[in-house]
Design a protein around this ligand. Structure first.
Ligand code: IVH
Length: 768
């Protein structure tokens, strides 16, 4: 767009914009740099300058620009972090120099001996030291050639690792470019999952019925092994760099200088490191580091002591496994001794029985621990834990308390072996254990414990987010005997709810009008929430937030989901692929079976059907063909087969049918988020910004816009068609809309527009 000097109100947002508005190539370059800078501020330096919405606006602008001008798209663009087809495996990478390990010491005295050790190697050595945290993650090597990230590899056996470039590119803390002309810069460090991200992932996995990782290290390693970079991008991975591999065209005198250069390049480095003149300083640094043990975002299992002056590295040399210039010092693992007072059993929303150790409260790593999940009966048997045992407890990933082992020397003979109850502790119905399953389950759909858990889940974060409907209230609701399904909540009036008795025994303590009103209002507002949130709320086993979002993106609304050709296609594709594998003449030939023409023809027919079903999904944007040549053709579907099966089973089950009927009765049909039909619908082709409080939550209003063919963005620009303005709107959006002369509509004008397409009122006369 040409700049118009006669309209002074159209202020360019920045210098970059001023120069680049007319030149898409420069604008794209500017945006790439800005996004990289904000990634760095956010992910590396933890001091963001802009909010998510503004970041998204930059990102989307770049995306649109690159789509419009494909010649501008570049490998190191932030829009290309997640790209490339899923892989069938990882290629091998040779490390030169090899990725070495470190010699470990376990006592401070051994560490202090390092000085004498160095002197024995090189009598005339004069050096200083650096102490750094030892990160418990997965070792990684990055190779930059002339500043461009060209390869990322795992350590493997030190000589050869896996090429995980596609996966590592999705880690936004890792720059795709660094500012250097050096021919080769290899940096080595660690990928880790921040403790908080790990806890969140564990929560998500548990909710989706997947076994969670045991600790952040396993979570990081497991994530990097995923074959689909899009899945890796969903994992909260971080990285940190502390060593070099091959260097060409660049040198560093000291370790401190090197890490400082890493930092300037935007590579994350340890948040603290201690330069030390001598061993006394090293010991003081260790004290400080040990104090900070639990304060870092990553798990730290010790310290690393390094010679600072790199000129000694080559003369010191290495043993078979480790360089002689450094030592790892492992902190003693933090454990606490306590006692299992009892083992209780919790019943979850899917009926799974989870044994929980009720512990004598004990402080550990910054908090007091009184309970720890024991997961299942097998786990208790494997560890031979008994009620009354003295036990060691640890924190998995510094966050989740776990019983490590029983201290058997302390057994008195009065300990009791735990047995899973045969009847559900909540409803008394028999407990079952399916073949091959570790979990014991209560299968009584009316079990009050399951209902309480389902209610809590219905109202929880990611679900309908109804505040005030947790623990006690859910229990009291179920105890009335008048609620058999979360959807029954819609039958309760403010008046009925206010009378809900939360007291225990004879005590009478009512919920009260204010709380009741809040809950009822939240339930009404939830009617307009998008399909993804409703799917989570319903608590269908195997359908958590990730799956719900994928499914919602492929369906217009809840009703469309009940008889979904898409889900059926996904399942069909999986079945056909299995059939094809069984019929594949080449594979059979290898196994020594030689078939007649019939099998070959059957195989061909299955292959054709695979392509029919697969290509239809591809055309709908719901699958990608991952291999152009293979036969049978291979596809990667947006929605995976297990959740597709789970949803079809739900729809066909009495529960699913009841739920569908209830929702229809209540007039609730949550909208999905399929790519908008931008050629039809009353808002086709329009870009809308929403600000302020409206009659429905923002998500719901955005859903309406999308259903009508419009697009919602977060910040006002010249591309904005109009701003939908509610109560207490954002001042900056209003100012910007005014400055750019963008129309503003209040909710009634917006609704008229939805109904009639083009409003015949002058939108500027609405309100403001
Ligand atoms: S230096 C040539 N520094 O711990 C050796 N390693 O147990 C380069 N590690 O192999 C390693 N934090 O994977 C170094 N600050 C740190 C570290 C660190 C964690 C890992 C690394 C190493 C292993 C040895």
């Amino acid at each position: 767009m040409a700049l118009d000097s006669s309209s002074p109100s159209q202020q360019p947002e920045s210098f970059g914009e001023l120069f680049d508005a007319a030149d898409p190539a420069r604008r794209a370059a500017f945006l790439r740099q800005e996004i990289a800078r904000h990634d760095r501020l956010y992910f590396v330096e933890a001091r963001p300058e802009i909010g998510d919405a503004d970041y998204d606006a930059l990102y989307r602008e770049l995306e649109a620009l690159e789509q419009k001008h494909p010649e501008l798209a570049r490998e190191d663009s932030p829009t290309r972090r997640v790209g490339g087809a899923p892989q069938s495996g990882f290629a091998s990478v040779r490390h030169d120099p090899p990725m070495m390990s470190l010699d470990k010491v376990h006592t401070r005295a051994d560490l202090a001996d390092f000085e004498q050790f160095l002197r024995r190697q090189i009598p005339e050595i004069v050096c200083t030291y650096v102490v750094e945290p030892k990160v418990d993650g997965v070792a990684l090597s990055l190779r930059y050639e002339r500043g461009r990230l060209v390869r990322a590899a795992t350590r493997g056996d030190g000589e050869t690792g896996d090429d995980i470039t596609a996966n590592v590119r999705t880690i936004r803390a890792i720059p795709l470019r660094i500012d250097t002309e050096a021919a080769v810069v290899e940096v080595r460090g660690e990928v880790y999952m921040p403790k908080e991200g790990f806890a969140e992932l564990a929560r998500r996995q548990e909710a989706e019925g997947q076994p969670p990782f045991a600790n952040p290290r396993n979570a990081a390693a497991g994530s990097l092994k995923l074959l689909d970079p899009r899945e890796v991008a969903q994992r909260p991975l971080q990285a940190l760099f502390y060593a070099s591999g091959a260097l060409e065209g660049i040198e560093f005198e000291t370790h401190a200088e090197m890490t400082e250069q890493f930092r300037r390049w935007g590579l994350p480095v340890a948040p603290r490191a201690w330069p030390c003149a001598d061993m006394a300083a090293v010991m003081a640094a260790l004290d400080e580091l040990e104090q900070l043990r639990h304060d870092f975002a990553f798990e730290m299992d010790g310290a690393v002591l390094k010679v600072n002056e790199r000129r000694w590295y080559a003369p010191l040399g290495a043993t078979a496994r480790s360089p002689r210039f450094a030592r790892a010092f492992k902190f003693a693992p933090e454990r606490a001794e306590t006692r299992i007072n009892s083992i209780t059993v919790q019943v979850g929303r899917t009926g799974v029985l989870t044994p929980v150790a009720e512990l004598e409260p004990v402080p550990l790593a910054g908090s007091v621990i009184s309970r720890a999940t024991l997961h299942n009966a097998d786990e208790i048997a494997r560890k031979d834990l008994r009620i009354g045992d003295a036990v060691w407890i640890v924190k998995a990933g510094d966050v989740i308390p776990a019983v490590e082992s029983a201290i058997t020397e302390k057994r008195t003979g009065r300990e009791q072996v735990f047995a899973m109850p045969e009847a559900c502790p909540a409803c008394g119905e028999p407990v079952t254990r399916a073949d091959g399953e570790v979990a014991h389950r209560c299968v009584n759909p009316a079990c009050p414990a399951r209902l309480v858990a389902r209610l809590e889940y219905f109202a929880a974060r990611g679900g309908l987010e109804i505040e005030g409907l947790g623990g006690k209230v859910a229990e009291a609701l179920v105890a009335t005997g008048k609620l058999h399904d979360p959807l029954d909540l819609y039958d309760w009036s403010v008046f009925d709810l206010a009378e809900l008795n939360l007291g225990e025994g004879d005590e009478r303590r009512l919920l009260g009008g204010k709380q009741a009103e809040k809950i009822v209002n939240a339930l009404q507002a939830a009617r307009g929430l998008p399909l993804a949130r409703w799917l989570v709320a319903l608590g269908i086993p195997g359908v958590g937030e990730t799956v719900a979002a994928q499914v919602a993106a492929a369906h217009a609304d809840f009703r469309a989901l009940l008889d979904s050709p898409v889900l059926k296609s996904v399942v069909r594709l999986a079945e056909l692929t299995e059939q094809a594998a069984a019929l594949n003449p080449r594979a059979r030939h290898r196994r020594g079976v030689d078939d007649g023409e019939e099998v070959v023809q059957a195989f061909e027919a299955v292959c054709r059907e695979i392509e029919d079903v697969g290509d239809t999904l591809v055309a709908q944007g719901l699958a990608r063909r991952t291999d152009r040549k293979s036969r049978p053709a291979r596809y990667l579907t947006e929605i995976k087969v297990e959740p597709a099966r789970a949803l079809l089973a739900f729809a066909a089950s009495p529960w699913g049918r009841r739920t569908a009927a209830r929702l229809a009765e209540l007039g609730i049909n949550p909208a999905g988020t399929p790519p908008a039909d931008t050629t039809n619908g009353p808002l086709a082709g329009l870009t809308i910004v929403i600000t302020g409080t409206l009659s429905q939550p923002r998500d719901a209003m955005a859903g309406l816009v999308r259903q009508a063919g419009g697009k919602v963005t977060d910040s006002v620009s010249r591309a904005t068609s109009f701003v939908l303005v509610g109560d207490a709107p954002g001042a900056s959006k209003i100012n910007r809309a005014e400055a750019l002369g963008i129309p503003m509509l209040d909710e009634s004008a917006f609704r008229a527009r939805l109904e009639w397409g083009v409003s015949d009122q002058n939108p500027e006369s609405n309100g403001r």
